[in-house]
Design a protein. Structure first.
Length: 340
């Protein structure tokens, strides 16, 4: 039904407007008595063999929703009903900001991809915290970044602010220094500033009675030498894991109308590169830390390949848009079959 009726209708309209419309529709429908239970029954798959324990957290299944979809933690409870084992909210910044000028979101249908240059548009961390206070049982990751107007030399202050504000309301943190849509943000991936940022957050985390896992989200466009630096930083600072990968600036082989738009590319064209990065990190680090695999997962086999490359968990975004909510259950079924 999604592929034959719903998707063709939605794809006729502006992607960002459709995103907001869909959020509103899911929110309204989920408020109808009994419908949330029906959605959960239809799209969720519960099985003890799907459970994973990673960086000290117990995940009901290994398929999560990547950051960027529910930036403001406004729909995490409803989205969890579609079968996700965890929801990553954000990227959040200390102050709300509008992001980059519209139009800033483009579907590349021939390539089964999306280009976005949203620019960390969000309501600010305080607004998300207010919504997260109502959470009861959804496992939440908090993806944090810096405001656009904050210079890189003061970026650590923004990350610390978000870390402190979110600490009591998320299960793990993701440090996002890899979005291509905030000016100079990716410079924070360089060894010296990244080590300083992660060390500061790690020290702050260690002062907590019960520290939370801290992960680093990296770009797919890093060279092998840069990936080796990432391994060195992650292991020396002793943070808990890596998310591989964010969106790419590579445009090789694209066929769609919007292929030359600036921004980060996600979806099918990213699939192989993200898998290669996962494999590199896992093998070169000798399995020193968990990796969450994200990028181009549109079908069960895409997820299986990332898990086989060494990912402990996987996340969807663009695949969820193109394939519909049923893809989560299909992936979990394939993971179960692959274990047998």
């Amino acid at each position: 039904m999604y592929q034959s009726i719903i998707k063709p209708i939605l794809f006729r309209f502006d992607p960002e407007k459709v995103h907001h419309f869909t959020f509103s529709a899911i929110k309204i429908l989920s408020a109808i008595p009994g419908l949330s239970n029906l959605i959960r029954y239809t799209y969720s798959l519960e099985n003890p063999q799907l459970e994973r324990e990673v960086f000290g957290l117990k995940f009901p299944n290994p398929v999560g929703l990547a950051a960027g979809f529910d930036k403001n933690a406004s729909l995490y409870k409803e989205l969890a009903n579609f079968g996700f084992g965890f929801i990553e909210i954000g990227t959040l910044t200390p102050k709300g900001q509008p992001g980059n000028p519209k139009k800033r979101l483009f579907r590349l249908q021939k390539d089964q991809a999306i280009i976005n240059r949203m620019g960390f548009n969000n309501d600010g961390v305080a607004a998300a915290v207010k919504r997260l206070k109502k959470n009861k049982n959804v496992l939440i990751g908090g993806n944090i970044g810096k405001n656009k107007v904050t210079p890189n030399e003061k970026a650590v202050d923004d990350y610390v602010y978000c870390f402190d504000a979110l600490f009591d309301y998320v299960d793990y943190f993701v440090v996002n220094v890899s979005s291509p849509n905030t000016p100079n943000l990716r410079a924070l991936q360089d060894k010296e500033p990244l080590t300083h940022l992660l060390s500061t957050l790690k020290a702050r985390n260690n002062k907590k009675e019960t520290p939370k896992p801290i992960l680093l989200k990296i770009a797919p466009d890093l060279s092998d030498d840069q990936l080796l630096d990432i391994i060195d930083i992650v292991t020396s600072v002793n943070i808990d894991g890596v998310i591989a990968t964010n969106t790419t600036l590579n445009r090789k082989g694209l066929q769609s109308q919007y292929k030359d738009e600036s921004g980060g590319l996600s979806g099918k064209p990213l699939s192989q590169r993200s898998t290669d990065v996962i494999r590199f990190l896992v093998q070169k680090s000798n399995h020193a830390f968990p990796v969450i695999g994200v990028g181009g997962i549109h079908a069960p086999q895409d997820a299986i390949e990332k898990l086989a490359a060494g990912a402990s968990l996987v996340q969807l975004y663009t695949g969820f848009v193109y394939e519909g909510p049923g893809v989560v259950k299909r992936i979990n079924k394939a993971i179960l079959c692959n274990k047998q």
